[in-house]
Write a protein of this length. Sequence first.
Length: 214
Amino acid sequence: MTDKIKIKVFSDYVCPFCMLAEGPLEEATKDLDVDIEWKPFELRAHPHPTLRPEDEYLPAIWARAVYPMARRLGVDIALPTVSPQPYTQLAFEGYQFAAERGEGIAYTRRMFRAFFQEDQDLGQLDILQALAEEIGLDGAAFRIALEDGTYREKHQHALREARAHQVQSVPTILVGDTRIEGVPSPVQLRKAILDAQSERVDAFGGACSVNGGC
């Protein structure tokens, strides 16, 4: 038996297209044996200013691209009113806490819904703790870990991985040697997975020994 195909999804919790990628990802993998890992990428890390929904850019991009795609995908999503938009470092440190306990995917989904459906400020520790508790995590331990910076270096290591993969936009999805930037179609993503599986099987087709036999 071969290892599962690993799918890495680089995303930011304040990126609406990352939330919209959930549906195609689920559809493309629903009957496949894969390992999906959501990976952090901060679009606007401190001290760079984050975006403000009352400025021209966000309403324009939502009207032109986000809302039409959300309607096509049947996703309930709205431009949050939180201003300025939160930095996501703290939320991503919380992700490391959750992932270590096997709840990384549930945590990621909860963050997306909290921001894009409930208009919650993901930069606030009290809010993050409450959301963590909602998915069954120990809220007190979660809060202490974030206050103490327990997962700060682990988060920074994850960001270095994103830089090593030259991630510049999110979502960026890596399936074996295939790279998909933006929200994928289920057909496109499924083909990448099946191709990766096929390549892995082919790779096990032959070998040469140290004594020269092939």
